[in-house]
Design a protein around this ligand. Structure first.
Ligand SMILES: *Cc1c(COP(=O)(O)O)cnc(C)c1O
Ligand SMILES: [Zn+2]
Length: 406
């Protein structure tokens, strides 16, 4: 196991009970402190003999690759999106398309680490509460590892593709009466009673795998550090993971400045954006979060305080976008770039457009939008926002007639 300790992010206490998810001393959030002394003698090029992907960055991660449970996650493309940049009016924009992970979202980066660690610990059951993608991913990695899996889903409001995946991979899929926050409370209770190993993003090992998205972006840009990275924010672990990766690259001397981390939330589900607008370092939970972007429909973000710290410390920004702006950005990615993302993912591009229009983002910036999940996860939203198939007679003339319309 790579040298590391689990510590409390708030009071610094060291935690050696691997089944607790909050600091036994102060109730604070946990985090992993890596010992990076070995990496200090290395250069980014030293890792490039391994293929692009999560495990290329094993020296930054707390699980020995000998124990890895992997379905070849990460290694996703970083698209230069010229047409989109021109439309939005920004010098250079990229889309990191996380929808091409094995189960179709960035959650696989965290799950390969989390489930590998669960296996190291000898866990008999793993579980999570989820708006969909976490459960799809956990179900896949649990089956690969041969560990029993329970997923707690809020009844209704889970996108079709995600539910199908959790069922398909053989998890016990429990439909809980309530919203995401209710489902999480029950899963945590099970974990506190030691009945399962919890793999929600409160688990400190998952963000360790998620750091790899930032390491990959740096490799793909050859360490030409972008000015800004924009992400959708739900439970807020991903923006925290990206921040942590940046801090570690600074620690080993591979970078000397950091991009402005910019978090985007849906207007109806925006505790972090509201806290940022009020210049606060903590947030108020929202009781009835509502948005078409179900993956970020979260009122009480587990890692919210960490996210606010990440945003302030990188001189970044947070804002909201409406569901209409999300759908417009999703469509623009499809029509201009041939990329199909789910609504939550489109929030990053919608945020880029809004902040550029408002002048928060400069025309000269180099910006990376992380597009977190695949559009096929949620086909209903796409079909509801697209024109219907066109009835057409079985003749060349009829087809020509239709093609001649705009
Ligand atoms: C989980 C998820 C998010 C939100 O990520 P957090 O780490 O919870 O902020 C955004 N988009 C997609 C597609 C997701 O699955
Ligand atoms: Zn503590």
């Amino acid at each position: 196991m790579a040298a590391h300790k689990v510590i409390c992010w708030e009071c610094g206490a060291e935690v050696d009970d691997m089944f607790v998810n909050l600091c036994p001393r102060c109730g604070g959030l946990l985090t992993v402190k890596m010992d990076l002394t070995k990496v200090q003698e290395m250069k980014p090029q030293d890792l490039r003999k391994e293929p692009l992907g999560v495990w290329r960055y094993a020296p930054f991660m707390p699980v020995d690759p000998a124990h890895k449970v992997s379905i070849l996650e990460g290694g996703t493309p970083l698209y230069p999106v010229k047409a989109l940049s021109e439309t939005i009016g920004v010098k250079e924009a990229y889309v990191k398309f996380e929808g091409l992970n094995p189960t179709g979202s960035f959650k696989d980066r965290g799950m390969t680490m989390g489930v590998s660690h669960a296996k190291e610990l000898g866990a008999k059951v793993v579980g999570c509460a989820s708006t969909g993608n976490t459960s799809a991913s956990l179900a896949a990695y649990a089956s690969k590892a041969g560990i029993k899996c329970a997923v707690f889903l809020p009844s209704g409001k889970v996108a079709m593709g995600k539910l199908a995946q959790a069922l398909f991979f053989g998890a016990k899929v429990l439909s809980i009466d309530g919203n995401f926050d209710d489902a999480l409370a029950l899963a945590r209770k099970m974990a506190d009673e030691r009945k399962l190993y919890l793999l929600n993003s409160i688990n400190p090992y998952r963000p360790e795998g998620q750091k790899s998205v930032l390491f990959e972006i740096m490799d793909q840009l050859d360490y030409n550090i972008p000015d800004r990275i924009i992400l959708p924010v739900g439970n807020a672990a991903n923006i925290w993971a990206v921040y942590k990766a940046l801090q570690e690259l600074k620690e080993v001397g591979w970078i000397d400045k950091v991009p402005m981390l910019t978090g985007i939330q849906a207007e109806g589900s925006a505790p972090i954006a509201k806290a940022f607008a009020a210049k606060r370092h903590d947030f108020d939970a929202e009781l009835n979060p509502e948005t078409i972007a179900t993956a970020i429909r979260i009122g009480n973000p587990v890692s919210g305080k960490k996210a606010l710290h990440a945003i302030y410390d990188t001189r970044g920004f947070a804002t909201t976008v409406t569901d209409a702006e999300i759908i417009a950005a999703q469509s623009m990615l499809g029509k201009k770039e041939g990329v199909c993302v789910e609504p939550a993912s489109a929030a990053s591009v919608a945020g880029l457009k809004k902040l550029r229009d408002e002048g928060v983002i400069d025309r000269d910036e180099r910006v990376v939008c992380i597009c977190t999940g695949n559009g096929l996860k949620d086909p209903d939203t796409i079909i509801n926002n697209s024109p219907a198939p066109i009835p057409c007679a079985n003749s060349v003339a009829a087809v020509e007639d239709i093609l001649a319309r705009d």
